[in-house]
Design a protein around this ligand. Structure first.
Ligand code: GLN
Length: 244
């Protein structure tokens, strides 16, 4: 047993560090969040995918992307199953206890999706209503902590909006971009102004300063040379078209 442990330790030391063995950078996401990540047929595409692909290219490594439920995204980098978590992830103090965040790449927030026949445009007005949210998100935290009530959880913003249309919830709270995408093409739904102010960043396992530096450099370069703006434009247009 001791021998096996020693061999494992030696192998780890020889290759520099535990996480650097593979020649592939694995991104973990939750692909129901257009335009940041969504399915184009069987392929996961979106703004976050492009950022992570650029990080892998900068590291000279291959790139792979997988989708899981949103509440499994951060655990996947904590356990080392993936290198980069990018899923429109809002930087929060709570999450900072478990992962390191890159510099932010978007300023955004959550909004209320309501039926025009039953307008609900402030958090206060949602109190006591059945509020649909995607599980594990800042929208869920908002309902629990700001409204002091239990939300109706789903696996995606689109699933919550389907529940709203079917009358199983009264309103939905979600991030603005997927909310806009869900409301597009409907006559009876509308969205409120922001009810929070949030920033998205990429999350990685703690204690990897070299990887964090490359992630930050890649984001800074993509912002400065216009690639980020181009991806936002391209994938917003593509996600909108999928709705038509
Ligand atoms: N930005 C929200 C959060 O981090 C929602 C992200 C998502 O559903 N992909 O909780």
């Amino acid at each position: 047993m001791k021998k096996v442990l020693f061999a494992a330790l030696a192998a780890t030391l020889l290759c520099g560090c535990g996480g650097d063995k593979s020649n592939t950078i694995k991104m973990i996401t939750e692909a129901t969040f257009p335009p940041y990540e969504f399915m184009r047929g069987h392929e996961i595409v979106g703004i976050d995918v492009e950022i992570c692909r650029a990080i892998a290219a900068k590291l000279g490594k291959d790139f792979k992307c997988e989708t899981v439920d949103f509440d499994s995204v951060i655990p996947a980098v904590v356990s080392g199953k993936a290198d980069l978590a990018a899923a429109g992830i809002t930087v929060t103090e709570d999450r900072k206890k478990n992962v390191d965040f890159s510099i932010p790449y978007v300023k955004t927030g959550i909004v209320i999706i309501y039926k025009k026949s039953d307008p609900c445009t402030t958090g206060e007005a949602c109190k006591g209503k059945r509020v649909g949210v995607q599980a594990g998100t800042t929208s869920e935290t908002y309902v629990l902590e700001q409204l002091g009530q239990e939300p109706e959880r789903s696996r995606s913003p689109a699933e919550s909006v389907a529940a709203l249309k079917a009358g199983r919830v009264d309103v939905v709270i979600a991030d603005i971009d997927p909310a806009k995408n869900c409301v597009k093409g409907t006559d009876d739904l509308a969205i409120s102004d922001f009810i929070t102010s949030e920033e998205y960043a990429i999350a990685i396992r703690k204690g990897q300063p070299e990887l964090l530096a490359v992630v930050n450099e890649t984001i800074a370069e993509a912002k400065a040379d216009g690639r980020l703006a181009k991806w936002v434009e391209q994938y917003t247009a593509e996600a909108d078209k999928l709705k038509d």
